[in-house]
Design a protein around this ligand. Structure first.
Ligand code: GDG
Length: 475
């Protein structure tokens, strides 16, 4: 079998198994690259005055990491622009925040072409290529233009939006047409897959051959075919469970036990992003406090919110709003020896986080939209089997399709979330254990290795050259 070439906007540190880095992608791909003899290519995160296409290659134990520097204009138009100000909000159903600017689109096209040009000399004929996420949707098209015939798969970590929303993107057809240069396209959830299929049928005059398999079928449009599938991402579950019972976790458990002083903890852990529904969560929790006087001084919410993308204005705004809402709620409810919300804007190591999760009676995971949401799975993986906490999960996270034994809520409804907090805190131990056993079974079965193997297997079975793809497009 050829080598696996992973291409994503940023590369992770696959040798760092404890992973102090933030973001599900880095954690998931580290495990994938250790398994295969992989090369991971992406942007170094650095900018230079003039793009040179110079590769910087680092050979580690598990994988080779290759990076390239971009220009400042690339960072502004491609990364902070098209990726994070156009596609991210749109794909998370926030068209009110989406910026549609031609310069962003030009920057996106330019950087995808630069990525293709730079990675080209690394490729060998047997390699198979796995491209990740919304930053690089047109990468296969750029590689095909340069004669690359290898199998290329694409995995979207974030949701695919509903057809009518997606159609608000100028050049939406071009973006979808570029998807048809892949051999395989993977989504996190059936919800995303069906939104994409709906677009293909409704806007691209295409057809879907469902094939009757769980992992999707074949889409036909623009005179071409692409295989589609659902590949829900998971955790390195065994490693995370082990981390939850290691030394650093134990130290945090003890620290939290003292600081809990008999109170019950609700926990949220998120990148500080408007898609995560933090403001709505705080307001729902406020509603719970207002309606449940007996909870005052007995419960608190620990929200770890790691600052993210702070060069983008919408992120500065959500941060300021959260500061204000937290201050208001704490001001209204706090007593000299109790604050209702402990709001923390910093990063912890994964094993420390695991220890903190394990002490929480409730994991409150209420994104307004999320491709998957790994925090929901981490919370479950860190629970003590004999006395597990309760997961409250948004129905709009991809994870909700798999985690039916969580308390599933509509994150836009304060009352519903407030009721779920009340129900979670009152849930008897045998019901908590029953739900948790079912949840942990899913977390372990659908782990990151299963995700990787399912995607790679499907990619290796998919058509492998533009010629094949054109040939198979004929009726
Ligand atoms: C995208 C999609 C999809 C958070 N604070 C700290 C910390 N984290 C870690 C969490 C978790 C990860 O960051 C966040 O992953 P999510 O899945 O919740 O969300 P995104 O970052 O938005 O990721 C998402 C994911 O890609 C994978 O496909 O699930 O839907 O949006 O692992 O634990 N990690 C550490 N310290 C922190 O303070 N070490």
């Amino acid at each position: 079998m050829g080598r696996l070439i992973v291409i994503s906007n940023r590369v992770g540190q696959p040798d760092d198994t404890r992973g102090a880095s933030v973001g599900g992608l880095a954690m998931a791909l580290g495990a994938a690259l250790r398994e295969y003899n992989g090369i991971w290519f992406g942007w170094s995160g650095r900018t230079v005055e003039t793009f040179t296409g110079q590769l910087s290659v680092q050979r580690g134990q598990g994988a080779t990491i290759a990076t390239v520097d971009l220009e400042e204009q690339d960072r502004d138009e491609y990364y902070n622009g098209y990726a994070n100000r156009t596609l991210w909000p749109l794909f998370h159903y926030r068209i009110d925040l989406s910026a549609y600017e031609r310069s962003f689109n030009e920057g996106y096209a330019r950087v995808n072409a630069r990525f293709a040009q730079t990675v080209l000399p690394l490729l060998e004929p047997d390699d198979f290529i796995w491209v990740h996420d919304y930053h690089l949707i047109p990468l296969a098209r750029e590689l095909r233009r340069r004669g690359v015939k290898n199998r290329i798969g694409f995995f979207l970590h974030i949701p695919w939006p509903a057809r009518r929303l997606f159609a608000t993107l100028p050049l939406h057809r071009e973006l979808v047409e570029a998807v048809f240069d892949y051999d395989l396209v993977g989504f996190q959830s059936h919800d995303s897959l069906s939104a994409f299929e709906d677009y293909v049928r409704g806007e691209a005059e295409g057809e879907i051959d469902s094939g009757g398999i769980d992992s999707g079928g074949i889409a036909q449009a623009f005179g071409r075919r692409v295989r589609l599938g659902v590949f829900p991402i998971g955790l390195d579950a065994d490693a995370f469970m082990a981390a939850a019972w290691g030394e650093a976790a134990a130290a945090w458990r003890e620290r939290m036990r003292v600081s809990l002083a008999g109170r019950r903890m609700i926990i949220g852990v998120d990148r500080l992003d408007y898609s995560k529904g933090l403001e709505e969560r705080f307001l729902a929790y406020e509603e719970y406090l207002a309606n449940t006087p007996e909870a005052l001084e007995q419960v608190f919410l620990l929200q770890i919110a790691t600052p993210s993308r702070d060069e983008v204005e919408a992120y500065q705004e959500i941060r300021a709003r959260l500061d204000a809402v937290t201050g208001r709620i704490n001001g209204a409810f706090a007593t000299p020896d109790w604050v209702p919300i402990r709001y923390v804007n910093r990063t912890y190591r994964r094993d420390e986080l695991a220890g903190i999760y394990s002490m929480a009676a409730i994991g409150l995971v209420t994104p307004l939209r999320d491709g998957m949401n790994l925090v929901a799975k981490e919370y479950v993986a860190a629970q003590p089997p004999e006395d597990p906490g309760v997961l409250i999960l948004s129905r709009f996270a991809g994870a909700a399709e798999q985690m039916e034994e969580a308390l599933i809520v509509n994150p836009f409804s304060r009352e519903e979330v407030s009721d779920a907090i009340e129900a979670g805190l009152a849930m008897p131990r045998d019901e908590r254990v029953r739900r948790w056993e079912s949840l942990i079974e899913g977390v372990r079965r659908h782990d990151v290795a299963a995700w990787r193997d399912a995607f790679v297997e499907a990619l290796l079975a998919a058509p492998c050259s533009p010629a094949d793809r054109l040939a198979t497009a004929e009726p």
